[in-house]
Write a protein that binds this ligand. Structure first.
Ligand SMILES: Nc1ncnc2c1ncn2[C@@H]1O[C@H](COP(=O)(O)OP(=O)(O)OP(=O)(O)O)[C@@H](O)[C@H]1O
Ligand SMILES: [Mg+2]
Length: 391
């Protein structure tokens, strides 16, 4: 494994509140040693494999006894914890469904261990339970987030998101570090991530945790690029957006997001062929193979919008790299690592590499890699960062 020149204290990329002296040489050599051990533990964790599972209906929230990584995504919320030789992740659907209040329904919901809360004349069914209800009623779940941040269209969005988070994380008095993912500022929309970040930070603190945010692109790097000294370009392509970060030795040099991802593909393809976006999503997740010629008009449209998304992403990356005044003098070629559910179809890496050949990046790219477990990369990277912040 390549050796990262170790910083004293935190990884420089974390958004922890600056602590006095955390990056300064300390007089206390025992303290320095402990810091170095913490960084070593974090680097070891980035080499571990992930054992993932879905949150089971009726399963209680956990009270972690160590640092936690939390990926708060438009489609899923994933929690990661260090567990011996592995990293364990649990994922919950970031969705809800409402049904009218009645005493009888309440009894049924409780007996079936459904996660819900009641407000005014409605029950709010949360997470995977919501999906079951929506399927039964032949309709869609509702989302707390849109395009990577809290939805402005859902009045109850904040309360529901908080309840979904607390279905994974129980209240504690241990002040464990929770490192949670945050999108970069979108370059193609008017939205800002500041409100979203503050709401989540306040809520995690109210549960008794020590919250620290990490940029989602940087989390991809922390998870996948330990052998490259955490230097390269991390791209997380999720449901609501794509997050991009250029990092040098774990320091985020440039980060931004575009508010297009898997949801954009679903709705554009749906509109083009006259099918609901949910049906397109099912086809895309079930059978899309970008390596072969499209077999019908839905596959043709999926192909077109995959190319469109990648070309928009790479065009924006080229523009951001050319116009930034923060560009470091990096002589070596850099790897690009791709994560998030949108990179899962067969043939995606080839499609991305083809797109890369069409742009003229101002720095050399050594290779394009797909993350080892794209749906859990962000949570794992956030946990690696949380480990480095433990002391
Ligand atoms: N097998 C698959 N093939 C294609 N796309 C998939 C597959 N599995 C999931 N997806 C897509 O991946 C997206 C969800 O990815 P992910 O869970 O990484 O997003 P997220 O982190 O919740 O969202 P974001 O980071 O954008 O806020 C959805 O658009 C989903 O349709
Ligand atoms: Mg994501």
């Amino acid at each position: 494994m390549a050796k990262l020149k170790k910083s004293r204290g935190n990884f420089p990329g974390s958004n922890a509140a600056p602590q006095s002296g955390s990056h300064q040489p300390s007089d206390n050599s025992a303290g320095e040693l402990a810091d170095l051990e913490t960084i070593e533990t974090a680097m070891e964790a980035s080499h571990k494999t992930v054992v993932s599972r879905d949150k089971e209906i009726g399963e209680m929230a956990e009270k972690p006894s160590g640092p936690v990584g939390l990926d708060i995504g438009t489609s899923h919320i994933v929690m990661a914890q260090n567990a011996g030789r592995h990293i364990n992740t649990v994922n919950q659907l970031n969705a809800f469904f409402t049904i009218p209040y009645s005493k009888f329904t309440k009894k049924i919901l409780v007996e079936n261990d459904i996660t819900f809360y009641a407000k005014e004349d409605q029950f709010y069914i949360l997470g995977y339970s919501a999906e079951n209800f929506a399927n039964m009623f032949n309709t869609n779940t509702r989302r707390t987030m849109e395009k990577g941040i809290l939805s402005s269209h859902e009045d109850e969005g904040i309360t529901v998101l908080q309840s979904i988070i607390s279905s994974l994380l129980a209240k504690t008095d241990q002040q464990e570090v929770v490192c949670f993912s945050m999108p970069g500022e979108p370059v193609d929309g008017k939205a800002s991530v500041v409100y979203h970040e503050s709401i989540i930070k306040m809520y995690l603190a109210s549960l008794g945790y020590r919250p620290i945010s990490i940029n989602e692109g940087l989390a991809t790097i922390m998870s996948e690029l330990a052998d490259d000294n955490f230097t390269g370009i991390g791209i997380s392509m999720g449901g609501g957006m794509c997050n991009i970060c250029l990092s040098y030795l774990s320091v985020p040099v440039l980060s931004f997001s575009i508010q297009r991802g898997g949801d954009y593909i679903d709705s554009m393809v749906g509109a083009s062929v006259g099918e609901p976006a949910t049906r397109i999503k099912m086809i895309k997740e079930g059978s899309l193979n970008l390596a072969r010629s499209p077999q019908d008009r839905v596959e043709t449209a999926l192909d077109i919008y995959y190319v469109d998304l990648v070309s928009h992403l790479l065009g924006t990356l080229e523009h951001e790299l050319r116009t930034t005044d923060k560009m470091p003098n990096i002589n070596n070629a850099l790897p690009i690592v791709l994560s998030g559910g949108t990179v899962l179809p067969k043939g995606f890496q080839d499609l991305f590499e083809k797109g890369l050949r069409k742009v003229n990046m101002p720095l050399e790219i050594s290779e394009v890699r797909i993350a080892s477990d794209p749906l859990n990369t962000t949570a794992k990277g956030a946990m690696v960062m949380a480990l480095s912040e433990e002391i």
